[in-house]
Design a protein around this ligand. Structure first.
Ligand SMILES: Nc1ncnc2c1ncn2[C@@H]1O[C@H](COP(=O)(O)OP(=O)(O)OP(=O)(O)O)[C@@H](O)[C@H]1O
Ligand SMILES: [Mg+2]
Length: 332
């Protein structure tokens, strides 16, 4: 059974939000996801809200025994609501974070504070910073998993809140840090990104993602099932499959959150070279804590505690007595 591409965003969104109560409810959630995949009819967002409400109400009563305790403040904020309207597509894909601040709950510190930057179409921006500095939060906000508390995010001069969910998802290809895969075979997981793609297209995308050799070597090739949530793949393979989907989708705006994490240095280098070749004309937001292969980026911003502390080109930052230069020295 195939999930139509316009529904995958909803399913991924659903799965993302359920992470907060996944441990105690894994079985129920997977049943619901299977239901979604099979019926296509379930109103997923309504279900998310219902489950969230149910769990929120029962938070105090959640078992603590074999399950991890739920940290204070980790419940999602009020639902992000997308309009049902069809919004005119942005005329270009310049991306702007306009003084955006956000915290996951009122009793937590700001995860991003006063985030203010722009990327023009056909330009690549790298966001770097140590763990917990707020990099993935930028993706969460851009994908509208959460709303900024202050400021706005614009694509092509339009506030993303004015875009319908399908319009927003359509203009963006995302490789998230926790790439979500479906319990289908490799081919169907790829076809979610571009229904009707030819075998040659699928393998070209896998080549870029440095996964083609792996798939060729499988007895069932593209027909290999990858198990629930892609558990038969390593984390690195799942992420590379997500990169292949990004290539197939060919959206104008690319968001890559640690695409090379877990790869060996040679494979990482090959993937970055292949990605750079395909970036022409795209707006690229590349998140990484690996400070390698960033020479090709037009601009780099360094985050610390949710704020930009340095920015510039790789060469400029390296030549100054910057934190970036020190980090490069320490990490590489
Ligand atoms: N769902 C959440 N609820 C509450 N706090 C969160 C949540 N997700 C992230 N945080 C907190 O927000 C801050 C920024 O997290 P974020 O995931 O954006 O960091 P990161 O730079 O992507 O880190 P990493 O390099 O480890 O992926 C951290 O302090 C983190 O603990
Ligand atoms: Mg992250």
């Amino acid at each position: 059974m195939r999930i139509p591409p316009h529904k995958t965003g909803i399913v991924v969104h659903f799965n993302f939000l359920t992470q907060f109560f996944r441990e105690p409810l894994t079985t129920a959630i997977h049943t619901i996801l299977e239901e979604v995949a099979h019926s296509h009819k379930l109103h997923v967002w309504g279900t998310v809200q219902a489950v969230t409400r149910a769990c929120g109400g029962a938070a105090g009563a959640l078992p603590t025994g074999p399950y991890p305790a739920v940290p204070a403040g980790w419940w999602p904020k009020p639902a992000v609501v997308f309009g049902d309207h069809h919004s005119p597509a942005p005329s270009n894909f310049d991306l702007k974070f306009d003084k955006v601040s956000f915290r996951y709950s009122d009793d937590l510190p700001w995860a991003v504070a006063g985030m203010d930057f722009e990327i023009s179409q056909d330009r690549c921006l790298a966001v770097v910073g140590e763990t917990g500095s707020g990099k993935s939060t930028l993706v969460n906000l851009l994908a509208r998993f959460w709303e900024p508390d202050i400021g706005r995010i614009m694509i092509g001069g339009k506030d993303i809140r004015s875009l319908s969910e399908s319009d927003l998802r359509r203009c963006m290809g995302v490789v998230s840090q926790h790439a979500h895969m479906f319990n289908m075979n490799l081919r169907d997981n790829l076809l979610l990104a571009r229904a009707g793609a030819s075998e040659a297209d699928l393998y070209a995308a896998l080549e870029t993602a440095q996964l083609a050799d792996f798939v060729h070597a499988l007895p069932d090739g593209l027909n290999t099932r990858i198990g629930e949530s892609g558990r038969l793949l390593s984390a690195g393979q799942a992420r590379r499959l997500a990169v292949a989907r990004l290539i197939l989708k060919d959206a104008p705006l690319w968001v890559l959150d640690e695409p090379t994490e877990g790869l060996d240095i040679i494979t990482e280098q090959k993937m970055m070279d292949a990605l750079y070749e395909r970036m022409a004309g795209k707006t690229v937001l590349m998140i990484t804590h690996r400070l390698v292969n960033l020479q090709g980026m037009d601009h780099i911003i360094l985050l610390e505690n949710g704020s930009i502390i340095e920015q510039g080109s790789h060469a400029d930052l390296l030549s100054s007595n910057s934190r970036y230069a020190a980090l490069c020295k320490r990490i590489n």
